[in-house]
Design a binder for this molecule. Structure first.
Ligand code: CA
Length: 406
């Protein structure tokens, strides 16, 4: 709480100082509007077959890695259209050696996408041992040396029947999977199975946000996975399934009612209208890439030979040749700290004057960055051996950078 107050105070002071300099709101990329690019509303007559151009089925049993009890089928007894919904139905029946049947529906072979807002409106089932999920897996899951959890998993919504008022949002990846998954819970005043709710994630370069009914309740960035790899800046596909039993929810008991129905009104995917402009900065001073050192905890310095995550920034166009840079190391904005008296560091949550730079093109085609707060050029000082700092009155070699699209 104290930390939050300090950040707000810093941003406010920056905004007040720069009110006359930069009043143009950010208009592109991570701040841009969402446009629907894919979806299924299931608003077709009852009994219409599920659209196989959009959805596939995983079929079979064996526990699915979680000691689940159901056999997943693609029969209309387990997945069908009714009342404008896709219904995933769990039945208690003997089928191919299993005691329960259900369905697991996915876009693995039909729709994969890198970044977007993924939203479902659904009324979930209920009861001990019942486990509905809306989630995503990395599209590279079947590639050599990938598999799970290296491919990444984003759980948009999971509910276990013994927690009727709670849903969970979680990421899994290498070093943080299964019971080490990183997540948060959202609690409702009534059981989620009583009503339709919307469940969404916004999955963007180096940041994932979870929403229930429009309420943001969780944000994850590369800082949250520590020294492990952030595996979410790549394409994913969508899954919806209704599991019966498993290590996490436990197993059905005498209180569990069958059949159970997972009613999905729609699934929509939106993307930013203009995408993202991801760049790396190569300093003319030494030919090295600028890094948000130490995951963004330390100042920017030009000392890397290749651009990986710490050397990538989202360039946000603010108009009039002004930009801000959002570090993909930590989802923070690069700041001309302390009115430009301190080196540049990626540590701010919002764009104010300290985070605004004017881009100029030099005679040789390279770019210079002029900090708006002090009107000084950003310098890779001492041939790039020192951190970047905005303290030069003119721009030449040490103030020149190539912006390289990633
Ligand atoms: Ca519908």
């Amino acid at each position: 709480m104290i930390k939050k107050k300090l950040i707000i105070a810093t941003v406010l002071s920056a905004l007040v100082i720069g009110a006359s300099v930069n009043t143009i709101p950010a208009k592109a990329s991570i701040t841009d509007k969402w446009v629907q690019v894919w979806g299924d509303d299931f608003n077709v007559p009852d009994g219409t077959p599920i659209d196989r151009t959009k959805w596939g089925f995983d079929i079979g049993a064996g526990g699915w890695g979680n000691n689940e009890l159901e056999y997943y089928t693609d029969r209309p007894q387990n997945a069908y259209i009714q009342g404008g919904n896709l219904v995933i139905q769990a039945n208690k029946e003997n089928y191919n050696g299993a005691q329960y049947t259900s369905a697991r529906i996915l876009t693995k072979n039909t729709f994969n996408f890198k970044y977007g807002r993924v939203e479902m409106r659904a009324k979930i089932p209920y009861g001990q041992g019942i486990w509905p999920a809306f989630w995503m897996l990395g599209s590279n899951i079947d590639q050599p040396n990938k598999g799970w959890p290296n491919c990444g998993e984003i759980d948009i919504m999971e509910n276990i029947g013994k927690e009727p008022n709670v849903v969970h949002g979680t990421i899994h990846g290498p070093g943080y999977s299964a019971d080490k998954g990183i997540g948060a819970a959202y609690t409702n005043s009534t059981a989620f199975s009583n009503d339709y709710h919307t469940y969404a994630v916004e999955f963007e370069p180096s940041v994932i946000k979870w929403y229930v009914d429009g309420n943001l309740y969780e944000t994850r960035t590369p800082k949250d996975v520590g020294g492990n790899e952030w595996v979410f800046n790549q394409p994913f596909f969508i899954l919806m399934n209704l599991a019966v039993g498993g290590g996490w929810p436990g197993y059905p008991d005498a209180s569990t009612v069958f059949p159970q129905k997972y009613l999905i009104d729609y699934v929509h995917v939106y993307q930013r209208a203009n995408g993202y402009n991801i760049v790396s900065l190569k300093a003319a001073a030494n030919g090295q890439y600028v890094t948000a050192e130490n995951g963004g905890d330390s100042a920017l310095i030009a000392n890397r030979t290749a651009p990986s995550l710490w050397e990538q920034f989202e360039q946000i166009d603010l108009g009039n040749g002004n930009i801000a840079l959002r570090s993909l190391a930590n989802n923070k904005y690069v700041c001309t700290d302390n009115y430009g008296n301190s080196p540049l560091i990626a540590n701010k949550d919002a764009i104010g004057t300290w985070e605004t730079f004017h881009v100029e093109t030099l005679p040789d085609g390279k770019k210079a960055l002029k900090a708006v707060i002090n009107n000084k050029y950003v310098c890779a000082d001492n041939y790039g051996n020192n951190p970047l700092i905005a303290n030069r009155d003119s721009a030449s070699g040490w103030e020149a950078f190539d912006f390289i699209s990633q």
